[in-house]
Ligand binder design. Structure first.
Ligand code: SF4
Length: 137
């Protein structure tokens, strides 16, 4: 079986394919989920329509598994430093991420401050506002 990952962005090199944890995880998943033995892994670069093909030994897959388990344990223990960037917008872990939690706290504080200011504004404009006036938020 061959797993092909089509790449739309920057073209991936042979070294990228040989060192890709992503491809290793695909190989492990195909084996564990469906019992497939993956013979080759490929990045197919749509730019230039060129594939770079790689392989994994059982030892390499075991090393990849250990790496994933170590990272998972550290995440579960809260031992990781999130690096917020553009990709946060697509991240499935936003709800659990400490970086997002900090941002959420900051937003809650700002919202609270805005609400307090709004209620202060309402009080100060009460005598001057027309009957159906609504303060902007
Ligand atoms: S939301 Fe957190 S875990 Fe997800 S990409 Fe951003 S920093 Fe990383």
């Amino acid at each position: 079986m061959v797993i092909v990952d089509y790449k739309t962005g920057k073209a991936r090199s042979q070294e990228d394919a040989d060192e890709s944890l992503q491809l290793s995880i695909y190989a492990m998943a195909a084996h564990e989920k469906w019992g497939y033995r993956v013979s080759e892994l490929a990045f197919h670069n749509l730019e230039g329509n060129v594939s770079v093909i790689s392989k994994r030994t059982d030892f390499q897959l075991e090393q990849a598994r250990e790496r994933v388990l170590t990272v998972a344990r550290n995440i579960a223990d809260g031992n990781f430093k999130p690096k917020p960037d553009f990709y946060c917008n697509f991240c499935a872990f936003r709800g659990l991420c400490p970086a997002r939690e900090k941002q959420a706290r900051r937003l809650r504080r700002r919202l609270r401050a805005l609400r307090e200011n709004r209620s202060t504004d309402r009080r100060s404009t009460k005598h001057f506002a027309p009957k159906n006036f609504r303060a902007k938020t």
